[in-house]
Design a protein around this ligand. Structure first.
Ligand code: BJW
Ligand code: ZN
Length: 249
């Protein structure tokens, strides 16, 4: 891993210091240092299946047991995980600005557990289930050992994780509120996402078109690195706390 670029850190800290309102978009990379696997890259497979193969309504229709097994495995990892210094630094950043929104693509609860307050989940929550027939929410999702039978709703329909799969619509209120908030901010920070999944992938471009300053933090350059104002390559759990200490000085 190359040394963190001090000039870029100064530029990012300068933008953060000046910002009165901030929009943050996070992806799986922010939780990677907590031990939660990302979707793409070397740790992105589970039993040789990719997210594209499992996170679809078709995969669930064909083999709900397999898809539930994947989600129960991930629930177990997330329950054991703790928020990392990156999550904690975002809480401190939230406390320093007047207006703040954190839009996460992650279905884990690590931002909220760290103490972030204004968080929206674009792709749902892994600890909720809903009926695939009538849509009713069901809270028995953690009950994976209760029976070998697939979890069912009182209507008889099969329960499914309350998350957004490929080809499904994202929650329209979350998207609407996020775009509205993005329209009025000074700065957007994009952290730990490959930027390949839509519509979240549109956010950096929308911000740039509106003249909003943008910072990216990622382990490697991504599709959006060339359009943001400052792109820092490194671990979110190291970069974000270092930025926070620069804000203090
Ligand atoms: C670190 C790090 C460290 C590591 N520090 N960094 C327009 C164009 C083309 C396609 C489409 C389009 N519109 C819609 C589509 C189709 C589709 C799509 O985008 N496909 C693309 C793959 C091409 N999108 C959809 O279907 C969406 N629905 C939609 O748009 O509805 C309207 C519509 C419907 C039908 C047809 C057309 C339009 C829904 C997308 C739902 C995505 N769902 C998932 C699963 C959620 C549930 C679950 O978690 O199980 O969401 S897939 C998966 O990808 C998950 C993630 O949230 C999402 C994004 O991944 P993310 O977070 O970026 O993770 P990675 O692994 O990709 O990247 C991690 C990054 O972290 C890497 O860059 C690392 O380098 C970095 N990193 N460690 C900093 N320590
Ligand atoms: Zn039902």
């Amino acid at each position: 891993m190359p040394a963190i670029d001090g000039d870029l850190m100064d530029q990012a800290a300068g933008l953060l210091k000046k910002a009165r309102s901030l929009f943050v978009l996070t992806g799986a990379g922010i939780s990677a240092e907590s031990g939660v696997p990302t979707f793409r890259g070397t740790d992105g497979f589970w039993k040789n299946y990719s997210a594209e193969q499992l996170a679809t309504p078709d995969a669930f229709a064909k083999n709900p047991r397999l898809v539930w097994e994947w989600y129960h495995w991930r629930q177990g990892l997330i329950l054991k995980a703790e928020p990392n210094p990156g999550h904690h630094a975002l809480v401190e950043i939230e406390n320093r600005v007047e207006r703040f929104l954190l839009l996460t693509q992650n279905v884990d609860d690590l931002h909220s557990r760290a103490g972030s307050k204004n968080v929206l989940q674009l792709h749902g929550n892994i600890f909720r289930a809903r009926c695939s027939s009538c849509g009713k929410e069901d809270r028995r999702i953690g009950d994976k050992n209760a029976s070998n039978r697939l979890p069912k709703c009182s209507c008889g329909g099969l329960l499914r994780p309350d998350v957004v799969w490929f080809g499904e619509l994202i929650p329209s209120d979350v998207w609407r509120d996020s775009l509205k908030f993005l329209g009025g901010v000074d700065l957007a920070l994009i952290c730990g996402t490959s930027g390949v999944v839509w519509p979240a992938a549109a956010i950096p471009g929308i911000a740039c078109e509106r003249g909003i300053k943008t910072i990216e933090i990622n382990l490697e350059p991504t599709a959006i690195s060339s359009i943001v104002d400052v792109s820092i390559v490194g671990k979110a759990g190291e970069i974000l706390p270092q930025l926070v200490s620069r804000l203090r000085s």
